[in-house]
Design a protein around this ligand. Structure first.
Ligand SMILES: *Cc1c(COP(=O)(O)O)cnc(C)c1O
Length: 167
């Protein structure tokens, strides 16, 4: 379950028919959070109802992808954690766009609020060379390392390591 593109979501967690990475490349069935357009944020009650309705149809949410490309306000990670715990789901917070605000303590603190995994881009609100970073809890360390290598890539880019570590 992720935030739809019209609500600010990113193409990487969109449905197959939109060529979203989650749907098209990973073969995941994507459902969207209920979204409150007045508050410009995830509608927690509406989402809880949606999750229950889907479960009755045999569609069990396994992963909530929070964060977005276009968002103004901290998202309700704690509240979604409660829903996730009831159904044994994970939470990934995609902080690509707000990494610098989070690092500076000016936004929200996704891992402490309940996210299992928190990813960032190193070239948006962090002014570095293009790259990404996965932050998480130590219990997931081995699995995440293997998901990066060998599952996803085989090389790291030394120019990028140098560029990021020189800041
Ligand atoms: C830009 C963006 C990405 C992709 O990040 P890249 O590091 O540029 O590939 C992922 N998620 C969100 C929400 C983004 O805005």
């Amino acid at each position: 379950m992720s935030i739809s593109i019209p609500s600010g979501g990113h193409i990487s967690y969109a449905k197959k028919k939109l060529w979203g990475t989650a749907g098209k490349v990973r073969g995941l069935k994507v459902h969207y959070f209920a979204f409150d357009e007045k508050e410009m944020n995830i509608d927690v009650d509406g989402t809880a109802k949606r999750v229950k309705k889907l479960a009755k149809e045999g569609k069990h949410i396994k992963l909530f992808i929070m964060g977005a490309s276009v968002f103004l306000f901290p998202e309700p990670v704690k509240e979604i954690r409660e829903i996730a715990d009831e159904i044994g789901a994970y939470i990934h917070f995609d902080g690509a766009h707000v990494a610098g605000l989070i690092a500076g303590g000016k936004f929200q603190d996704p891992l402490r609020e309940g996210a299992d995994v928190f990813t960032i881009s190193t070239h948006k609100t962090l002014p570095g060379p293009q790259g990404g970073t996965v932050l998480s809890h130590s219990k997931y360390a081995e699995e995440l390392k293997k998901a990066a290598f060998p599952s996803t890539m085989s090389n790291h880019h030394l120019h990028l390591v140098a560029g990021n570590s020189s800041r």
